[in-house]
Design a protein around this ligand. Structure first.
Ligand SMILES: NC(=O)c1ccc[n+]([C@@H]2O[C@H](COP(=O)([O-])OP(=O)(O)OC[C@H]3O[C@@H](n4cnc5c(N)ncnc54)[C@H](O)[C@@H]3O)[C@@H](O)[C@H]2O)c1
Length: 422
């Protein structure tokens, strides 16, 4: 029997792979990583977190988790976990290139007795594709020589440390040996293991994300309807949710991020007709336009100084991927303001945005002085306290607060309304 030097090798040590590798180290396994990104490798190997994910600073500084660029080291690992990116390309199609490249690199290095665990979020039938690939390109047989499992990652960014030890793990396998090996691996993190086949495991992950995406779309749709009718969505939410046991409406907001935004598309790869997931997508994508259009019903943007608070895809993260704030910026620019200031204390200065170029990142305090309108694009901690002084300093400033960070229970209001709260 082959003996392996490492328990685990994580391929793709990004937002999902790195916390997972570190959590395995914490529970006593030996783990290494492989990543093609030089910055990521150098930062991790020098003992620092390359992005914001609380809870791991001490673990990473122990230097027990090292990341390599060479796939030869794979031979020394018993369990191989694939956590590379699976973005949606411009069509309704998952971009499988990162997984395909990993398979090409793995091909010659695979050894009898290993488990390949796919953990990236994938469209239904992708694990079956991996199994076909192994059959076609290697002499190894899944279920006999090597094992294959799909075990989705369901953590939310910013909460990985806690959730990796508390969320039940879904184990999708289609033979006994694979199930046994995946069970041994994940039971070190949690005793709560749920067993199923590939396709169900793939659909469980997508279902979790799509449910959230559709719920948020419902809240956004209701916000549109309410504002059109001169009503206030936050008042509606408060009354509708108060002691009513049968549903709980979410708050409106800008819903983006690499997970929620794309996962509906993964289901749609296999569906020829329009469905409610596509409608949810459309509502979310319309929200930046809604905010600009409905502010224009109240005041002008042309020739004015505008501030956007927050540029990341959600609160208290430094992850800008698939954020709707850059889209909001572009829609504001179409209205020809004199100046647009952006402030996001989770990002460095300048903000480098693939589409919008290099943007100065203002401090919160300076960004909101003497401005005509403020859009709160993200509900980062700290914005509420920053906005309150405006009640005295700039009472006429318009605030577009879809997240209700100020607690004023309105999306569109002037800073004078904050007086009662401050
Ligand atoms: N970010 C989240 O909160 C989250 C949560 C659950 C699931 N997921 C899913 O997990 C997967 C990974 O997401 P992520 O946010 O960690 O992405 P990421 O971009 O942060 O990390 C992916 C890493 O894979 C590396 N990589 C890509 N191709 C490679 C190759 N051929 N060889 C070596 N390294 C390679 C990249 O350099 C990158 O560091 C996606 O499928 C995503 O949908 C993400």
């Amino acid at each position: 029997m082959t003996s392996f030097k490492y328990d685990v090798c994580i391929i793709g040590t990004g937002h999902v792979g790195l916390p997972l590798g570190l959590s395995f180290i914490e529970v006593g396994l030996t783990a290494i990583g492989i990543d093609r990104d030089v910055y990521l490798r150098e930062t991790i190997n020098s003992g620092k977190m390359p992005f914001y994910e609380p809870g791991y600073d001490t673990l990473i500084s122990s230097l027990k988790f090292q990341v390599y660029d060479n796939f030869e080291i794979i031979k020394k690992a018993k369990n191989i976990i694939i956590t590379v990116g699976t973005p949606l390309n411009n069509h309704i199609e998952t971009d499988l290139r990162q997984i395909q490249q990993v398979l090409e690199s793995l091909g010659n290095q695979l050894t009898v007795g290993q488990l390949i665990c796919l953990r990236s979020t994938v469209a239904p039938k992708t694990t079956r594709f991996v199994r076909r690939w192994i059959k076609h390109h290697t002499s190894l047989k899944v279920g006999k020589d090597i094992r294959l499992a799909f075990c989705p990652e369901r953590i939310v960014e910013g909460n990985a440390y806690k959730e990796l030890r508390t969320l039940p793990q879904i184990i999708g396998t289609e033979d006994k040996k694979s199930q046994k090996m995946a069970k041994l691996l994940f039971k070190v993190l949690t005793p709560d293991l749920l067993f199923t086949n590939y396709i169900t495991a793939e659909l469980v992950k997508l279902s979790n994300n799509i449910t959230r995406y559709v719920h948020f779309a419902l809240a956004n749709q209701l916000a549109l309807v309410a504002d059109d009718l001169g009503a206030n969505i936050y008042e509606i939410l408060e009354l509708a949710n108060y002691k009513y046991p049968r549903n709980h409406l979410d708050k409106p907001g800008l819903t983006g991020g690499t997970c929620l935004r794309k996962d509906f598309g993964m289901i749609n790869e296999n569906v020829p007709y329009s469905d409610m997931f596509l409608s949810a997508w459309k509502i979310h994508e319309y929200m930046p336009t809604f905010l600009v259009k409905h502010l224009l019903k109240r005041t002008k943007i042309r020739g004015k100084v505008i501030t956007i608070l927050g540029y990341t895809f959600k609160a208290d993260t430094d992850d800008m991927r698939d954020s709707l704030a850059p889209k909001l910026y572009r829609y504001i620019m179409r209205e020809l303001p004199t100046e647009v200031r952006i402030s996001d204390h989770y990002l460095s200065d300048p903000i480098k945005d693939e589409h919008n170029g290099k943007l100065r990142n203002w401090s919160i305090e300076k960004s909101i002085v003497n401005v005509d309108c403020i859009f709160v694009a993200v509900n980062h901690t700290g914005y509420r306290e920053a906005l309150y002084p405006l009640a005295k300093q700039n009472p006429n400033t318009w605030i577009v607060d879809i997240w209700n960070v100020s607690n004023i229970n309105q999306i569109f209001y002037q800073a004078s309304a904050l007086r009662a709260l401050s």
